[in-house]
Every structure is written in structure tokens, then in C-alpha cells.
Design a protein around this ligand. Structure first.
Ligand SMILES: Nc1ncnc2c1ncn2[C@@H]1O[C@H](COP(=O)(O)OP(=O)(O)OP(=O)(O)O)[C@@H](O)[C@H]1O
Length: 247
């Protein structure tokens, strides 16, 4: 299958530090791909390169046949790349409704048709389980609910590639169960890149897993292959008895 996203020799250096160091990566349409690795492995920097928040030091990014390496983030959003990053895009003083209305309006060619905006906002909030909280000011929501609000904002863009950076952080066990169902549903019409430290969530959701370490790809494979990989166990998962521990 033709990949939806490919990177070739993708790198980002900060002075002498190789945060991302020559990564060749691809993901096929409809896949749920988890990216895991120890703290500082380069995961966030890697997905920041993909969505254009960070400029590469070297390498190339191709999305759906287009070279997007030098496109600004908003042009990548228009092509279908959406991302959620640890609540950085939630406007704390706006209601949950207004936060989601902003990206919904971007997807409507005729701008601000009230009915269409309302339907789009409510549908996105319902999908993440925040229906009923639309009038809450975002800054008053719990941390976990602000993460879900970010996912709703990403979904409102109707992305083809949705990048989720540690989305389950701060969620309760019940909310994590709902989130797993939500990601499966999202993957019916989008491709998902999921940075996640919660190993049970990764093992349950991912079609394939990419393990990063020191800015490079250490291993790639199905959850079963990654579980059995001795290098991965050494670098990240700890001893087999500790498997499932938060990284
Ligand atoms: N803007 C920056 N300036 C300097 N160094 C940076 C910058 N951003 C990231 N780094 C460094 O690059 C390396 C990779 O960081 P990154 O945040 O991508 O790792 P990560 O795998 O996402 O870690 P975590 O799991 O803790 O979020 C780290 O050593 C980090 O300190």
C-alpha cells in the first residue's frame, strides 16, 4: 500500500544534540502507529517536524505524494495533518464550544454558517465524551478533559493524519477505556500517530509500533514483535516482569 506519510533522513539538531537523527519512517493509510521510547528519545521533536512546528536540519517529509518539508504548519493542516500537543493549543479563557468552533470554521468553505458550525462542534465534543461541557470555560476543565478538548479540536479539522502526543496523560482508567474506543473509531477514516507512555494502551491500540531512542529508530514492528525485542526491553520496557510500567 502507498504510504500516507514518509520521512527520509529527517533530522533536527540543537547545537551538538541530535534530537532527531536521520529518521526514515513511513505509515500507511488507516494505520494506528504508536511511537514510544524513553524520555528525550526525540518523539515530540519528530512529530513536531511532521506538522511543521519545528524546522528540520536535514531530510524530507512527503505527505500523500506532496513534499511538505518546507510548508508552514497551516498549509499542512489544510492538506490533512492535525495534531494535539499537551494542551498547548487550548484557549483557556474560551468555552469548550468556542475552542472547537475555531477549527470547525476553518473546514467550512462558506465560513460561518451557524447551523453547520454548531453541528460540527457538537459532533466533535460528543466523539471525545465532552458533550454537556460545551459551556465550560476550557481553563476550568480538568487536565484530562483539556487533553480530550484538544483531540476534539484536532478532529474538527477532519484530518487524514491525526497526531496525538500523550493523549491519555491525566485521564482516569474509565476515560482511558473510552479513549481507546475513540481512537479505534477515528482510525476508520483517518491515520493515527500516537505518542504514548502508557504501555497497555499502546499494546491494545497500535497496529505497529516505532521505538525511538537517541533520536533514531531503534525498532519497528507489531506489538508482539516489539514486546519480544530484547533491545527494546533493554532501552525502554525494563525487564519482562516490569512490562506495562509507565516509561
Ligand atoms: N527547543 C529545543 N532546544 C534544545 N533542545 C531541545 C529542544 N526541544 C527538544 N530538545 C531536546 O531534544 C531531545 C529530544 O526531546 P523530545 O522532547 O523530542 O523527546 P521525547 O522523546 O518527546 O521526550 P518525552 O517522552 O520526555 O516527551 C531532548 O534531549 C530535548 O532536551
Amino acid at each position: 500500500m502507498t504510504p500516507l506519510l514518509t520521512t527520509r533522513g529527517l533530522a533536527r539538531h540543537y547545537g551538538g544534540l541530535k534530537a532527531v537523527d536521520g529518521v526514515d519512517f513511513s505509515v500507511v493509510p488507516g494505520e494506528i502507529r504508536a511511537i514510544i521510547g524513553p524520555n528525550g528519545a526525540g518523539k515530540t521533536t519528530f512529530v513536531s517536524l511532521i506538522c511543521g512546528r519545528v524546522a528540520p536540519s536535514a531530510g524530507m517529509i512527503v505527505f500523500d505524494g506532496n513534499d511538505v518539508t518546507n510548508l508552514p504548519p497551516h498549509r499542512r493542516v489544510r492538506l490533512g495533518i492535525a495534531y494535539t500537543f499537551q494542551i498547548t493549543s487550548v484557549f483557556a479563557n474560551l468555552t469548550a464550544y468556542d475552542n472547537v468552533a475555531l477549527p470547525v470554521q476553518r473546514t467550512l468553505t462558506d465560513g460561518r454558517r451557524h447551523g453547520a458550525v454548531h453541528a460540527g462542534v457538537m459532533s466533535a465534543l460528543e466523539r471525545v465524551g465532552l458533550a454537556g461541557r460545551e459551556h465550560d470555560v476550557a481553563g476550568t476543565l480538568s487536565y484530562g478533559h483539556q487533553r480530550l478538548l484538544e483531540v476534539a479540536m484536532g478532529l474538527a479539522l477532519k484530518p487524514r493524519l491525526l497526531i496525538l502526543d500523550e493523549p491519555t496523560q491525566g485521564l482516569s482508567d474509565g476515560e482511558i477505556e473510552n479513549f481507546i474506543t475513540l481512537v479505534r473509531e477515528i482510525a476508520r477514516d483517518a491515520t493515527v500517530l500516537l505518542i504514548e507512555h502508557n504501555m497497555p494502551v499502546v499494546m491494545e491500540l497500535a497496529d505497529r509500533i516505532t521505538v525511538m531512542n537517541g533520536g533514531r529508530i531503534l525498532a519497528e514492528g507489531t506489538p508482539q514483535q516489539i514486546r519480544a525485542n530484547a533491545d527494546v526491553q533493554h532501552a525502554y520496557l525494563g525487564t519482562p516482569e516490569e512490562e506495562g510500567a509507565d516509561g
